[in-house]
Unconditional design. Structure first.
Length: 116
């Protein structure tokens, strides 16, 4: 399984970005997909997740601003990020889990930089 994240970049505070994570393999439709981020000097943290049943969860810091979605036909998960803030600056990683989380894969990360 391979995950390819894209869509990061440099934006100003208040602007939007959409991250994408395309996956290979045939397990996407049964997997839980997540977006994590790691800011400089901090631990990696869960930003949002979406199950194969389309249930979503979000970190408190991004609720109401970020939206996770998935397209099973394209084997792709998205993270729409609105009203970006400087503290959203981080490397964002996509994550795939299945088999009751026994199996886990990571993408390579995409950098999001928000200038204030």
């Amino acid at each position: 399984v391979q995950l390819q994240a894209s869509g990061g970049g440099l934006v100003q505070a208040g602007e939007s970005l959409r991250l994408s994570c395309a996956t290979s393999g045939s397990i996407f439709s049964i997997a839980v997909m997540g977006w994590y981020r790691q800011a400089p000097g901090k631990q990696r943290e869960l930003v949002a997740a979406i199950t194969n049943g389309l249930s979503t969860s979000y970190a408190d810091a991004v609720k109401g601003r970020f939206t996770i979605s998935r397209d099973n036909d394209k084997n792709t998960v998205y993270l729409q990020m609105n009203s970006l803030r400087s503290d959203d600056t981080a490397v964002y990683y996509c994550n795939l889990r299945y088999g009751s989380s026994r199996y886990e894969y990571w993408g390579q990360g995409t950098l999001v930089t928000v200038s204030s």
